[in-house]
Design a protein around this ligand. Sequence first.
Ligand code: NAP
Length: 380
Amino acid sequence: MPSFPATKTDPALQITPDMSQSAMEIYQVKIPARFPLQAGCFPSNSKKTSTFLPRVAAFSTSSHSLTDKSESESQNRMFILGMGFVCQFFAQSLQKEGWVVTGTCTSKTKKKHLEEKGFHVHLLDANQPELSTLNALKCYTHLLVSIPPVGCAGDPMLQHEELLRSTLLDGNLQWLCYLSSTSVYGHCDGAWVDEDYPTSPTSELAKLRLDAEEGWLNLGQSLGFSTQVFRLGGIYGPGRSAVDTIIKQEPQSEGQKMRKSRQYTSRVHVEDICQALKASIYTPSSRGIYNIVDDDPAPREEVFTYAEDLIKKKWPGHTKWSSNSASAASPTKKDNSRGDKRVSNMRMKRELGVRLLHPSYRSGLLSIIDQMENPFHCSP
Ligand SMILES: NC(=O)c1ccc[n+]([C@@H]2O[C@H](COP(=O)([O-])OP(=O)(O)OC[C@H]3O[C@@H](n4cnc5c(N)ncnc54)[C@H](OP(=O)(O)O)[C@@H]3O)[C@@H](O)[C@H]2O)c1
């Protein structure tokens, strides 16, 4: 894992031994006057060359490697509020493309764990964000928000909207994305739902989500950034999937039990969320809201039966868990929080040009199990 040199500036923006060794390669282009680099983002003796933060495609074909500080100024820089499941995948994929990435989490233990994985991390309690963390935001070109709303407070970061506004106004930001949920549509009687479908959130949390969407859209758009809201379906990927639940024999959460009653559940593989995020960075669009789901809204039971079959085929004789027994337990209460609906991804495909890696849970689960070591293997 990289060690970060002591500096008055954000350590993530320094060149680390690890970064130069990995020969991350970038193209440099002229910076438009709109995105001046901020004083304090870089060491005072570093050359403030005009560099553009490219919005197009990855930059890994040049034979030019990152060797001095002025070159680091040309890099795209992503700040992630909430290094959870999705954002860790995304951060890793951006780092491979030469981005500077910094994220936040709430506990020291997780911070240490993330640092061991090679990420640069700030501790952040969104209810009481430290000024130094907010100030660090000024140096970043892109901001991804993954912190969910809570209780009666709503979006915890937007409680400090004015502070955020003044900070971002004074920074280098050009792109902002808020990760939301398809729960904002409410119950739709199995209808196909696109982004123009009227939102009608039923649960308190879904109502707060909708408020948060509006808050982040207003903030980003009023400051002139490219601003998106991604309404995500049920997220799955390596380490979090029906296959993992069966193998770990995890008891089902209340939410999972409730969702059992649903005819349709829209899902999305984490790799496709990452794809869509990158597409929105590199494809200028005036649209604000995108549904990010796969093509195949299927009942949860069907997904678990398929996952169980995959496990039985790959490791015969090891499945103790039964999707039948799990589905036999009746739902504790009717789930209206995300509701029965088939969420359409047409806008994501048409406008962002996303071609799903996993259009259905079938290919998603297959890829997950293909990459798995034998979980039943006992070492001698
Ligand atoms: N799970 C789903 O199926 C699903 C579906 C639709 C939408 N979503 C939403 O999509 C987003 C990404 O999903 P995910 O599964 O990757 O989320 P996740 O793993 O739960 O990550 C959420 C992140 O927010 C941080 N966080 C939570 N409360 C915070 C607070 N008060 N102050 C500062 N940070 C706080 C967490 O910090 P720690 O890392 O310290 O825990 C974590 O890093 C989330 O907003 C999620 O609610 C999820």
